[in-house]
Design a protein around this ligand. Structure first.
Ligand SMILES: [Zn+2]
Ligand SMILES: [Zn+2]
Length: 302
């Protein structure tokens, strides 16, 4: 199983000279398990560049797994090249809702006045699915989606293939109204998604201080992300959904904070655009793009 991060920013794209190392595009992670089948977590602005890459690879079966319908997880869909192709098989999965179907909720964005073309006129004619209650197979991947605490219906996803598991919970506030450290596992939001995962990509939006003024906004502080991952016995935590106000340098100090709290073998790392994760029988490898390494001052030459 191979994953690639195409966007890991939360809330709003944040392109700027001081967000280059970790990237400004919003949530999108590609997951490859089988040849010719691509799984995609979320359709944030990062999905635009993934679409260009997929178009060059030829026709495919694509499954977009939406965690929820907030714009930072949906805004790239209409700019995803396969969306406009009539020779792909495009499936879109998302959280069930008691009020509107998934297609109706996506069409609220892909229709005038917010977008010039209506969803019903899109050439790929995507097939919409509510995430089932029980795990299901996509190719040789076992996929499970479970509701997690956020704002509105929201899923976390767990994908297992070749004895390795990757979990994805980009928007999550597991500590809302509870002391995470005191809860039995079955009472922790998202526990079933992350339990024993080899890799967890998890919300790490706020510092502890910032969280105090954002209780109930649906996101985690660094210590909540670490406490949750440790409780769920996750092997590797990848900090995800970076706040748009955080610069690269600020993200690196949040990462240092997370590493100081961590008690496992592999210290947490920051998700970065271009990051590749390989999960195989021999173990897990995470390759960060070189730009995501802390920059070293280069002496000026005359
Ligand atoms: Zn989000
Ligand atoms: Zn959200």
């Amino acid at each position: 199983m191979r994953a690639r991060v195409w966007g890991c920013r939360g809330s709003l794209p944040a392109p700027a000279s001081d967000t280059v190392r970790y990237g400004g595009n919003t949530s999108c992670v590609e997951l490859g398990v089988d040849k010719d089948i691509v799984l995609v977590f979320d359709a944030g602005s990062g999905i635009r560049l993934l679409g260009r890459d997929l178009a060059a690879r030829g026709s495919l079966e694509i499954h977009v797994l939406l965690t929820h319908l907030h714009l930072d997880h949906l805004q790239g869909l209409a700019f995803f090249q396969p969306f406009w192709s009539d020779d792909v098989e495009l499936h879109i999965w998302g959280p069930p809702s008691p009020t509107f179907s998934l297609a109706e909720r996506v069409a609220a964005y892909v229709s005038p006045p917010l977008f010039p073309v209506h969803l019903s006129d899109v050439p790929s004619r995507p097939v919409f699915h509510d995430v089932p209650d029980e795990p299901w197979m996509i190719g040789s991947a076992l996929v499970a989606g479970y509701p997690v605490v956020h704002q509105g219906p929201t899923m976390g996803y767990r994908v297992t293939a070749h004895q390795r598991t990757l979990a994805y919970i980009p928007d999550h506030e597991p500590s809302l109204g509870v002391d995470l450290g005191q809860l039995e596992p079955d009472w922790i939001s998202g526990y079933r998604v992350a339990e024993g995962a080899d890799v967890l990509l998890h919300d790490a939006q706020y510092s502890s201080e910032e969280y105090r003024t954002h209780v109930g906004w649906g996101h985690s502080s660094i210590d909540h992300a670490v406490t949750f991952a440790v409780a769920a016995q996750v092997d590797r935590l990848v900090m995800f959904h970076h706040d748009p106000a955080h610069t690269d340098t600020e993200l690196e100090s949040l990462r240092d904070e997370a590493q100081a709290l961590w008690v496992g073998r592999h210290p947490p790392v920051l998700a970065a655009e271009g990051m590749e994760l390989r999960l195989g029988p021999e173990g897990v490898a995470i390759d960060s793009p070189s730009s995501a390494e802390p920059s070293q001052p280069v002496p000026l030459s005359d």
